[in-house]
Write a protein that binds this ligand. Structure first.
Ligand code: TYM
Length: 338
């Protein structure tokens, strides 16, 4: 007979780099789903500061954004009583497992990563080894927690695939060690594009602040940026090829409201882009308002955030160390008697 209490909940792991203030791309592509997945999964959410230093960071900004990252997770709806939240560099097992996995990852497979190619072009003065081995550290993040599901935007799909390949290879050589994870990518919201160039992904590290909306952006700036978003010269609100800017705004509107594209097209039949953009801007600002309020409340209480960080690092560290010991045993690292 099936015993419900023995059914194990599946595990979720995901993270965001504290390389800028989170954008609505991060929110709609990832964090919004993290919140709803808390109901049915055991979730671990990480501020991945070690990934952020693959690109040069200002140390004071990185420190501040790391704390703010945690505050933003909570402000968006991650419940510290339900989910584990922590900072990557507080759990040394990530770096340790990353070395072992790096010795089980091929140069050729890392060379095929599109993010590496893009970022090396963008930061041609700093094409460091960390930028190249970035997906190995990301695989370590995921595999340490025996993760079943990784909720991310579409840009991270290739990184999840390589994490699966590494896990399968390791399991094949050393016997069952890691759960092979799956990506969870939302249909709507998986790729929010730049407001100034809809052929590019919206990115928190874009030097042009008009290209993105932060999730703590003021109401006026949110509406202004969306009103100014680059669109085509047509005036019909329709989800169609050649209308990348409008498709992006429909994507944003649909993600926030749950309305289908057909419904949105009907809603704006006979109305111009001006009305549509205003509606998207206002909806966006309304939905972000409670997040912004909660964020300011939380950041005023640094000691609370630090206590959460400490607690999260302990809980995550305990799980991570278990996997790491298993890995060390399997690969033949000498175990000292206890
Ligand atoms: P990062 O910090 O670039 O982005 C965090 C999350 O936001 C999603 N995302 C987007 N989704 C839709 N539209 C966009 N414009 C957009 N921009 C970003 C990303 O897909 C991601 O889910 N490598 C990861 C961080 C990471 C990680 C991990 C994720 C490190 N270790 C382990 C999952 C599991 C990254 O750079 O995300």
């Amino acid at each position: 007979m099936e015993n419900n209490t023995e059914i194990k909940r599946k595990k979720i792991f995901s993270g965001v780099q504290p390389s800028g203030v989170l954008t609505i791309g991060n929110y709609l592509g990832a964090i919004k789903n993290w919140v709803s997945l808390q109901q049915d999964y055991d979730c671990i959410y990480c501020v991945v500061d070690m990934h952020a230093i693959t690109v040069r960071q200002n140390p004071a900004d990185l420190r501040r954004r790391t704390l703010e990252g945690l505050a933003l997770y909570i402000a968006c709806g991650i419940d510290p009583d339900k989910s584990i939240m922590f900072v990557q560099s507080h759990v040394p097992a990530h770096a340790e497992l990353s070395w072992v996995l790096g010795c089980n990852t091929m140069f050729g497979e890392l060379s095929r990563m599109t993010q590496f190619k893009d970022k090396s072009k963008k930061h041609s003065d700093n094409v460091n080894a960390g930028l190249f081995t970035y997906p190995v550290l990301m695989a370590a993040d995921i595999l340490l927690y025996q993760t079943d599901v990784v909720p991310v935007g579409i840009d991270q799909k290739q990184h999840i695939e390589i994490a699966r390949d590494i896990a399968e290879r390791f399991n094949g050589v050393y016997g069952d060690t890691f759960t092979v994870p799956e990506a969870y990518i939302p249909k709507v919201g998986m790729k929010i594009t730049s407001l100034t160039d809809p052929s590019k992904k919206m990115s928190k590290s874009d030097p042009n602040p008009n290209s993105y909306v932060n999730i703590i952006e003021s109401r006026d700036d949110t509406i202004r940026k969306i009103k100014r978003a680059v669109t085509d010269s047509d005036s019909e609100v329709r989800f169609a090829e050649g209308k990348d800017g409008i498709c992006n705004l429909m994507n944003i509107y649909s993600s926030f409201t749950g309305k289908s594209y057909e419904k949105i097209e009907k809603e704006f039949t006979g109305k111009g882009y001006g009305d549509f953009k205003l509606a998207v801007g206002e909806t966006c600002a309304d939905c972000l308002q409670p997040i912004r309020d909660e964020f300011s409340r939380l950041t005023a209480d640094k000691s609370y955030l630090e206590s959460l960080m400490k607690d999260g690092a302990e809980k995550a560290g305990y799980i991570a160390r278990k996997t790491l010991s298993k890995v060390y045993r399997k690969i033949g690292f000498y175990q000292l008697p206890r």
